[in-house]
Ligand binder design. Structure first.
Ligand code: AKG
Ligand code: FE2
Length: 413
């Protein structure tokens, strides 16, 4: 039997609660005392008092749930509330809501794997990787905010994924004959119509079948090539962020639900025609209600600090690719409708803000009707592990600025 949220006259008395700024005291039931904390999220902590007994953790959780339901109508839609409860201290010691909240937040992060770092065990490969072999091919800014300087970014990098890592990554999408897979999709691993660029809608292109997706996304046995890809992206980012440690977290299922996995594969062919839709990979200002939003709230992708940047790492995986075959990834500057396209090269990595509107393009006729252009996508949440005083320095940068940088559409201004 769930506990009912008590009226003030009942034997359980809610003596105190804490809630962040952002939810106005008047929107809460009158039997709660509101304590405003300067925290970036909304949190209510109940301190309950029962004259006869202490509540078990389970009962406290149920009480929190009850309150969550009660508060649902009173909290503005864009706010999420984390609710916790504890017994009043029997010795009447003052309770410090800040420390209770801190503990609850840490537990919440862990329970939902919101900030779990990617594995960084070195790859048992013969070819060691060195950042000095990396070359930034192109760095583009796109989609500038009309109110501030915030723009999304796209960086193409060569040399980060060497040829042995490239082929190991392709093995995860098509562990078949190395020569055959370059020319034609192996329908043992790929299913026509399984490509869903818009979550929940089947596309017409090839997508990995369910077993392949499960193996690719397994955390228990993370494929070592994925670990190595993460390790190299981390090394690259730490380098361009002046040595600041960067935390990489694979997009947890608690952000968009289990149907949006952190890893996916693509294999567009010329015969697919123009079947690929514009989409975004993720945006923290558009997360659905759930554990992620409860913790971070809704926010702009590049606010930095503790709030991770949603970034996708895309790698082109063919062993052979001629530039004139095209098949790059296309990006859309929404305000101007100008587009930008990356160029495909074996092992090229494209880091992109996940909130940019983009789509797969198919290779042209020169590639042949059925030659697939493979890519793997790793969706990440990235943040700095160390804070600096200037808040703009708390945003992870994807590349240093150079005079060669490209500015697309609204980003030109
Ligand atoms: O392979 C590409 O060009 C882009 C893939 C993509 O956007 C995705 O898988 O989300
Ligand atoms: Fe995408």
């Amino acid at each position: 039997n769930p506990l009912k949220l008590p009226a003030p006259t009942q034997q359980i008395i809610i003596t105190k609660s804490a809630i962040s700024s952002g939810v106005t005291p008047s929107s809460l039931p009158p039997n709660l005392l509101v304590h405003s904390l300067d925290e970036p999220y909304s949190h209510v902590h109940l301190i309950v008092q029962n004259k006869k007994k202490k509540f078990t953790q389970r009962q406290l959780d149920e009480l929190s749930l009850e309150l969550a339901v009660t508060l649902d109508d009173t909290i503005p839609n864009d706010k999420s509330v984390l609710i916790t409860a504890s017994n009043i201290d029997p010795n009447n010691k003052p309770i410090d809501p800040k420390s209770i909240i801190k503990k609850a937040r840490t537990k919440h992060l862990k329970t939902h794997s919101l900030d779990t770092p990617m594995n960084t065990l070195p790859w048992p490969s013969s070819s060691p990787f060195s950042l000095s072999a990396c070359k930034i091919v192109e760095h583009a800014s796109i989609d500038k905010s009309p109110t501030d300087d915030d723009t999304s970014e796209i960086v193409s990098i060569d040399g980060l994924v060497c040829s042995s890592l490239r082929s190991s990554l392709l093995d995860l999408l098509s562990p078949s004959d190395v020569e055959k897979r370059e020319k034609k999709i192996d329908s043992i691993f790929w299913k026509k119509g399984a490509y869903d660029d818009v979550a929940g809608e089947d596309g017409k292109g090839y997508g990995l079948n369910d077993e392949m997706m499960i193996a690719l996304n397994s955390d228990n046995v993370e494929p070592s090539a994925i670990t190595e890809l993460g390790r190299r992206v981390k090394g690259y980012l730490e380098d361009v962020n002046d040595g600041c440690p960067i935390r990489l977290t694979k997009l947890p299922s608690s952000v968009f639900g289990p149907h949006v996995a952190p890893l996916g594969g693509n294999a567009p062919t010329h015969s697919d025609g123009s079947t690929f839709d514009w989409h975004i990979d993720g945006d923290p200002s558009l997360t659905p209600p759930g554990a992620f939003r409860d913790y971070y709230g809704l926010y702009n992708n590049r606010v930095g600090g503790d709030k991770p940047r949603f970034v996708s790492a895309l790698v082109y995986l063919n062993e052979d690719w001629k530039e004139e075959w095209e098949g790059g990834t296309e990006f859309l500057d929404l305000p101007s409708e100008e587009t930008y396209k990356t160029r495909v090269k074996p092992g090229r990595v494209v880091l992109l803000d996940s909130d940019i509107t983009h789509r797969v393009t198919t290779p042209n006729k020169l590639a042949g009707e059925d030659r697939p252009r493979y890519s793997i996508v790793l969706k990440l949440l990235i943040r700095k592990e160390r804070k600096t005083k200037k808040s703009e320095d708390n945003v992870v940068v994807l590349a240093r600025k150079t005079p060669d940088d490209k500015y697309i559409g609204s980003a030109k201004a």
